[in-house]
Design a binder for this molecule. Structure first.
Ligand code: PCA
Length: 208
């Protein structure tokens, strides 16, 4: 546990738009979280590229720049109607649709010499329970997919292995109310609700 006198440095990342999306809910939520803030924390936000090959290097650059205690990675998962907190990242890239560089990986390892899977060391079950206690729809997930979010989580968890004082967690988010949607029947949550979920995770992560 860290003392209250020292502000914790929290890096919150979101992604740029990708595929048919005009906005990305993960970036909109990152901006809200920074605007609302969390007591005793110094929150910085950075936008990441939706690129299998560029995102790892960019994440390392922003971690070096900010030296965070904790990394909260946010990603959009259009179509879900709850906050999805990710336990694990697989050492695999596979997609049907191109990233923003036009690349479509076909069952390729992220790092041939690295473990098959990496797990977050955060108290993920308790964090999900704390968010649920506030009446926010939330689920623990054991699959972050195989697209750019999973690629990014794998880099973040590798950084945590190299720097055991840093912790990371990935949170997938629905579309937000007011977002331009590919289909109006798709589920949304309000930006404030999703930002509150992230605020709770930041508040509790060091103290559970
Ligand atoms: N979601 C995608 C990549 C960027 C984003 O916001 C994913 O789930 O992999």
């Amino acid at each position: 546990m860290l003392s209250n006198s020292k502000a914790l440095k929290v890096l919150v990342t979101g992604f740029e738009p990708f595929l048919q999306n005009k906005q990305n809910s993960s970036w909109a939520v990152a901006e809200k979280v920074a605007a609302f803030g969390v007591d005793n924390t110094d929150i910085v936000i950075e936008q990441l590229p939706v690129s299998f090959f560029r995102v790892g290097g960019r994440l390392r650059e922003v971690v070096k720049k900010h030296s965070p205690n904790i990394i909260i990675l946010l990603g959009q998962s259009g179509g879900i109607d709850y906050v999805k907190v990710e336990r694990v990242s697989l050492n695999l890239m596979d997609a049907q649709k191109a990233d923003n560089d036009g690349y479509i990986p076909d069952e390729e390892p992220i790092n041939i010499n690295a473990p098959t899977a990496l797990f977050t060391s955060t108290p993920i079950k308790s964090l999900v329970a704390e968010v649920a206690r506030k009446g926010i729809p939330v689920k623990l997930s054991n699959s972050c997919g195989l697209y750019v979010c999973n690629r990014t989580y794998y880099e973040a968890l590798t950084i945590c292995q190299e720097n055991p004082e840093i912790q990371a967690i990935f949170v997938h988010l629905p579309y937000y109310k007011g977002q331009t949607l590919p289909d109006d029947s798709l589920p949304t949550l309000s930006l404030n609700t999703m930002a509150e979920a992230v605020q709770i995770i930041i508040e509790k992560i060091f103290y559970l």
